[in-house]
Design a protein around this ligand. Structure first.
Ligand SMILES: *Cc1c(COP(=O)(O)O)cnc(C)c1O
Length: 231
């Protein structure tokens, strides 16, 4: 594995190249360093090198690392969130990418209200309808949004998807395109409570294609930290 600084520079160059390729020259893409299974020392190092958005997919791990790192980083919850664990992360994360069911929306709204907070979330969409993944089907998203518009302590800030793994990322280009189309459909409805600011899509294997299709938030682990054993 090359060193972390080289990896960061390479990813940033690729991001710029993908933006240029489709004429998004003024757009910015937020690079979220996915640090599951990465130890705190290496996370500290990545912060020193200028990354500041950290993504974790497990509550316990996020809590443990947050204790050491704190608000030096901007924290993103990117994994499936159990309802009974909401209370542990609400004061730590700036964005939850995985709002994927109504019961979670209710709990988030309740807890946020109790602490006088507005929690920002993305709606997770299982575009490819994979059995193994969480998230709404594309057609379920607008009814879901309409069912939570009255939840004043949740602010919807966009959409998130995880594409199926594909050797050739061109095979999943349609997933990113469909999510962007959905974003535009939602925008055209002008819900005053909804702000479709973020499209969180693209991981190590497919972020270039995702950016070409409109992503402005990529979640990258392997290309930064090398291959790890994900539990
Ligand atoms: C692990 C993970 C990533 C990063 O995946 P890589 O292929 O290592 O870049 C992105 N998003 C989610 C939700 C993840 O769980």
């Amino acid at each position: 594995m090359k060193n972390l600084q080289e990896n960061i520079l390479e990813i940033q160059a690729n991001i710029e190249e993908s933006l240029d390729k489709v004429g998004r020259t003024k757009d910015e893409v937020t690079l979220i360093a996915v640090t599951k299974t990465v130890d705190v020392d290496l996370i500290q190092k990545s912060l020193d090198l200028g990354l500041n958005n950290i993504g974790e997919n497990r509550v316990q791990e996020l809590q443990r690392k947050y204790e050491e790192i704190g608000d030096k980083a901007t924290w993103h919850m990117i994994g499936h969130l159990q309802t009974n664990k909401v209370k542990y992360i609400l004061d730590k994360v700036s964005l939850i990418h995985s709002l994927n069911r109504i019961s979670l929306a209710k709990e988030l709204n309740k807890r946020a209200k109790d602490t006088n907070k507005i929690i920002e979330t993305l709606i997770q969409v299982n575009v490819a309808e994979e059995e193994s993944k969480f998230g709404f089907k594309t057609g379920e998203v607008i009814p879901f949004i309409e069912s939570i518009l009255s939840m004043e302590n949740i602010k919807i800030k966009g959409l998130m998807t995880i594409a199926p793994y594909a050797e050739d990322p061109e095979e999943v280009r349609y997933v990113f395109r469909e999510l962007r189309n959905l974003k535009e459909t939602i925008e055209s409805r002008n819900y005053k409570e909804v702000d479709m600011k973020y499209l969180s899509m693209g991981m190590t294997n497919d972020y270039k294609v995702a950016i070409e299709e409109g992503s402005n938030m990529v979640r990258i682990g392997t290309a930064l930290f090398g291959k790890r054993e994900y539990k």
